[in-house]
Design a protein around this ligand. Sequence first.
Ligand code: PMT
Length: 405
Amino acid sequence: MVSKINKKILLAVSGGIAAYKTAELVRLLRKKNAEVRVVLTHAAAKFVTPLTFQALSGHAVATELLDTGQENAMGHINLARWADLLIVAPASANIIAKFSHGIADDLLSTLYLAAECPVYVAPAMNQAMWHKPATQDNIKRIQNHGVTLIGPDSGNQACGEQGFGRMSAPQEICNCLLTGNTSSLLQGKSILISAGPTREPLDPVRYITNRSSGKMGYALAEAAINQGASVTMISGPVSLTAPPKTSLIQVETAQQMYEEVLQRASLYDVYIGAAAVADYSPDIVKDEKIKKQADRTTLVLRKNKDILSAVAHLKQRPFTVGFAAETHELERYARGKLERKNLDMIAANWVGKESGGFEDDNNALQVFWRQGRQHFEMMNKKKLAEKLIELIAEKVDEKSTTKNP
Ligand code: PMT
């Protein structure tokens, strides 16, 4: 049965290659009984034609601010009054900047100022443009003005680069608009998570590892995505499937994890180090299988670089959350790591007990930050991850408010 959704949706398309995907969004919205009217900026009309959107929406497409076809030449006011909601997809860095500063020099920017309905924005741009402080400031400003962000996602970009700035999938935008499901504590935020164990080879067939299953890290990825974040996960070898929409990078050794994390960490808003990274690796990795010889033998190990500490000491650092796996003196060691590694927060768990910690489906956490602490009792790791993500979102928000009051 087709549900009765009769929303009047004003869909604005700004200039960007993702404009071609918006045609599909019109089709999806109409399939759900929404009435759709489309506005194209001049730049958008270079990527897609008004005729495409006219055919799909069943209405003439508006492109001009001063529209003599409208009786009172107030097309923008009429459209703004008509709409139950305004969605801008794709929203370019330029249109977001105009919204942020109240510039009204074309149909869409003027419509935005005239609109009293809820406004949704689905950004799409090159990853470097997305990460520029100017764009991030503009995003914060429009969010403070009441705009709801949808996306962006991360992945391959039309320019050949990889990263954040891809427009969310039309189906996802459609769902957000029609269900109002915008659980969005981390909307517009990018989160990098390390998960699972690392494997440190001794020879072609043997390695040193630990008991991490990846459950805690993977649950955090899912919880962050459900709060609207774009998530990249650097995972050691585990037998889990990454949650949908996670950008997954698989590694094996601590050195590989270090390289993958460090080459991108400064582009992210938050880093969560949930991986159980090997502290030491065999000093020499043999090319051939080590032969059984003496009754006793010695392995020489060399210390690995500390990924978490390196991230937290970057000049442009994300909000950095560590984990601490302890068998004794949990608070003392965890607070020591918080200080020594220059972290914003640390989530400490007991390991080596009957329940919780490594491998188990359940876990308990003592979370510490400089001015406070929070205890999460033993519960399923998925539920626990939701709670930790909510706490992280709150502290990230507090930190950015202190920085930009
Ligand atoms: O994967 P599961 O089976 O679900 O188990 C979850 C977990 C117990 C692995 C997880 O909750 C956890 O505690 N992860 C961190 C384990 C750990 O390595 O703790 P640590 O106290 O040794 O390290 C402290 C922090 O430094 C961690 O954030 C770790 O990722 C980081 N670290 C450590 C060494 C290193 N070379 N680089 C690092 O980044």
